[in-house]
Design a protein around this ligand. Sequence first.
Ligand code: NDP
Length: 314
Amino acid sequence: MMNANEKVHCLIIGSGPAGYTAAIYAARANLKPVLYQGMQPGGQLTITTEVENYPGYPNGIMGPQMMVDFEQQAQRMGADIRWGMATKVDFSVRPFKVEIDEEKWIEADSVIIATGASAKWLGLESEQRLNGHGVSACAVCDGFFFKGQEVAIVGAGDTACEEALYLSKLCSTVHMIVRRGEMRASKVMQDRVLKTANIKVYWNSETLEVMGDNKVDSVKLLNNKTNEETIVPVKAFFVAIGHQPNSSLFNGILDMDDQGYLITQPGSTKTNIEGVFACGDVQDKIYRQAVSAAGTGCMAALDAERYLGAMGLH
Ligand code: NDP
């Protein structure tokens, strides 16, 4: 292993609401945090449009702008924000070692992981082309824009059911596309969906294409039992087929559940390695909101500060 090029007190990996909030708190606590932004600076909010449910923005705010605001606030507090990816970690030594961009190693007394999660997509060309123009992976973020309209949602897990129910309260009809003859979601969620009059379930159905020139106007489905194709007119197409936590860097190093979400001790951001903390969506498969991610980012910085103090490192 190369020698470390630099030694820092508190290293933050990731730049969504969790990472930047951790940076704001860590900087104000004089931990002199260094934050590496990762592949998608600003995280998942940079691919959404308007955010109307983040407290403190009475008129709403565009997701990308909100992340610029977070970054500037962290910078103003003195956080050192850098472009770069963590490419390897060694948590078996102290200080910990984190490789950046496969070219340099940083030593860190404490590490805060805020690498987030990524929505899974079907992989259709039309889905990518119309992303942000009616195609969305977040009903809670974008459902409101389709009030009173017909929308489609693909997926059959708890998230898809929850989002279909959310949409059913806003939209005239929710067309729910399920690829098998049954749903993976818990029984109680399925029952709620099936009892909701304005949710229409399409069983054994695959999405062939999301249609529309500049915005979604319909979806083309294939029933894989009857081979019948159907075109359903909709204004939006929501993808709810699961999320992937961005945790592969920590495989075999940090405790994770069977889906790869990092496990933190209840009521804290502590991982199984003392001095390594995790916050935001990489450790949260349930709430996944900007405000809840920011909340755990704050907790991670406070946990790191206490840890450094207890170890006599701060
Ligand atoms: P899941 O992995 O549970 O479900 C994903 C769903 O998407 C499955 O129905 C799957 O179909 C479907 N799917 C996957 N790929 C495709 C594809 N290419 N085309 C069509 N459909 C596809 O993810 P969730 O996000 O729903 O849930 C993640 C975890 O979080 C679960 O453990 C869930 O229980 C939990 N959760 C709990 C909630 C609650 O308790 N209120 C709320 C939200 C999540 P198939 O079944 O055929 O594989």
